[in-house]
Design a protein around this ligand. Structure first.
Ligand SMILES: [Fe+2]
Length: 246
């Protein structure tokens, strides 16, 4: 078992960097298509902050959910084209990949069946469950993703409070082949102490395979700098990660 809780960070005297991640696999940087960056000005500010943080590749993952953000491959690719134009105009050393964060609703099931998905690195389907109640057909959904040859990648498992204190639920998902993505903001207390504790427990179990910022704006990226003072930060940098560029 890893020991995450006794190490002191050695990064206090050096500028904070997320360069160990190489890529961010979860963010809402595309302009005007979900509750993330509302316009290109905010998108540009976020892109510039990513460069400062040492990130080389951004996987944009706008929400896709029928009730609030019914994005499609077309809406996402159009917003990604605007973002790529900003990257080019401002000569930013960034690569952008267009993907999505799929909400576990009937629209998602239909998108899987119709092969209308945008996987990360051609393989990983980032999805999220309701925060309010466990999905009655979550396991079926996972099977459907796998039947299409993709790996389900669950966003912020530490944020589903109905699983707190129920490690068997996490274990069941891992046994079914679900990869877990840590929301880095959970570790700096962005969502509360219960989420932070759950993130630490999942880290200790070695369950996380990927990281994401889940940044919805510049303020979230700036908040990530608090990780530099986090006692787990040194260990975080040593973990094997899917994020790293091949
Ligand atoms: Fe997100």
């Amino acid at each position: 078992m890893f020991s995450f809780f006794r190490k002191k960070s050695s990064s206090a005297t050096t500028p904070f960097s997320l360069d160990f991640m190489e890529s961010d696999w979860h963010c809402h940087v595309l302009p005007g298509i979900d509750d993330g960056a509302p316009d290109e000005n905010v998108t540009l500010a976020m892109l510039q902050e990513y460069v400062q943080l040492g990130i080389k590749k951004i996987v944009a993952t706008p929400h896709v959910r029928a009730d609030y953000f019914k994005n499609t491959i077309e809406t996402i690719q159009a917003a990604a084209a605007k973002t790529n134009a900003l990257i080019e105009t401002h000569s930013l050393p960034l690569v952008l990949e267009a993907s999505a964060e799929y909400y576990a609703d009937e629209n998602f099931v239909q998108l899987i069946q119709e092969n209308q998905l945008l996987p990360i690195e051609g393989q990983y389907i980032l999805f999220e469950f309701s925060m309010q109640a466990p999905s009655l057909w979550g396991h079926k959904l996972i099977e459907k993703i796998q039947q299409k040859g993709y790996t389900p990648l669950l966003a912020h498992p530490e944020r589903y409070r109905y699983w707190h204190g129920k490690p068997r639920e996490w274990q069941s998902l891992k046994n079914r082949g679900v990869s877990f993505q840590l929301n880095l903001l959970s570790l700096v207390g962005q969502y509360g102490s219960a989420e932070r504790k759950a993130a630490e427990q999942l880290m200790e179990k070695g369950y996380y395979e990927a990281f994401g910022s889940d940044a919805h704006g510049l303020h979230h990226l700036q908040k990530l700098k608090d990780l530099g003072r986090n006692p787990h930060f040194d260990t975080l940098q040593q973990l094997p990660l899917l994020n790293r560029l091949g």
